[in-house]
Design a protein around this ligand. Structure first.
Ligand code: UFG
Length: 324
């Protein structure tokens, strides 16, 4: 199939493009390169276009007919979204609407959408499945939830077939292929640990050790970006025989604390991670762990890189080479 990967120059999108290429699909990347990296577009041509400029999207659909779209374009910093909600709603909701309308113009009826655990808001249980209430507590999570809602309505009105994949904490890299996580600014734990070690970033700050967890630091479900990419391929196959709108939570179902992540980074690198203990970061729930039973059952998804040491080992290899 020919897949249009919107946001394919970014972290998760570039790994999905790699997985599509390895599975024998043809890939075109659409990206405005505002946060993505041209160096990460390696498995198909790049159409530099912006979802906020609807006319610019047609070029991506006309060179070769598109069979399905994967949509990763988004502003994704929770704190930023609280300060600049208009930017987040315009970019993530209006941009997605423009893409959906372009798909409709070009009669493309299959979409895999990049969603997030942030649609749930404060967790009401330690293991979060798809039945958990969706009550986002920040504009980023709300913007992703709004798009999920639009996809439900589009299934009913226009016959759009879509899968929304709600990632928990994406991590890791594909160091052999030269792609990995590079955000500016970087807010995520694992890259901040590794940048601190390499001296390419400031010393790590740990946000809070007074949470009701086993060691006082927050617990998260880290999932390898290549396992996420594999879920996207499976979602594509699923759509061929399951019309309508579907949602799946993606995580390993096991949580690790910030201190446990630091310990794993020390095992992997053989170095001590210096850090400063800070107060809590606003909006951080104590524990976020996915139940991915539905993805396992319906998509046949089985993460093959679930060990924290492997996830951090791949991220470490990429950060040391640091191609971009
Ligand atoms: N943390 C630190 N120091 C850092 C960075 C993070 O201590 O420098 C802590 C955070 O406080 C948190 C944990 O490490 O307890 C993980 O933080 P991340 O920023 O790596 O990830 P989040 O869990 O905050 O974010 C993830 C996704 C977001 C999504 C959010 C939903 O990356 O896209 O879950 O809550 F919105």
């Amino acid at each position: 199939m020919h897949i249009l990967v919107c946001g394919g120059a970014g972290y998760i999108g570039s790994h999905a493009a790699l997985a599509l290429h390895r599975a024998g699909h043809r890939v075109t990347v659409l990206d405005n390169l505002s946060t993505g990296h041209a160096e990460a577009v390696r498995w198909g041509p790049l159409v530099q276009a912006d979802l906020l400029n609807p006319e610019s999207l047609d070029a991506a659909f006309t060179a070769e007919p598109v069979d399905a779209v994967m949509h990763f374009c988004a502003l994704s910093l929770v704190g930023d979204s609280v300060r600049e909600p208009y930017d987040y709603y315009r970019n993530n909701v209006t941009g997605s609407l423009n893409l959906l309308q372009a798909m409709r113009r070009h009669q493309v009826d299959k979409l895999v959408f990049s969603s997030t655990a942030a649609v749930f808001g404060h967790p009401q249980s330690d293991l979060i499945d798809e039945q958990h209430p969706t009550q986002p507590i920040n504009p980023y999570g709300a913007s992703k939830w709004m798009v999920e809602r639009i996809l439900q309505d589009a299934a009913a009105a226009y016959g759009l077939n879509s899968v929304a994949l709600r990632y928990f904490n994406a991590a890791g890299a594909a160091p052999d292929e030269g792609i990995g996580e590079s955000h500016q600014p970087e807010t995520h734990l694992i890259p901040n640990v590794l940048r601190g070690l390499l001296g390419t970033g400031p010393q790590l700050k740990v946000f809070g050790d007074d949470y009701p967890t086993r060691d006082g630091t927050c617990i998260r479900d880290y999932v390898h970006v290549l396992d996420l990419a594999d879920a996207h391929l499976r979602a594509l196959t699923y759509l061929a025989s399951n019309p309508g709108h579907h949602v799946f939570n993606l995580g390993n179902g096991e949580g690790f604390s910030v201190r446990e992540v630091i310990a794993a980074a020390e095992r992997v690198s053989g170095q001590t991670v210096p850090f400063a203990m800070e107060s809590r970061r606003e909006g951080d729930p104590a524990v976020l762990v996915a139940s991915s039973e539905r993805a396992r059952k319906e998509l046949g998804w089985a993460p093959s890189r679930a060990s924290l040491d492997q996830i951090i080992g791949d991220a470490w290899a990429w950060h040391r080479a640091q191609p971009f």
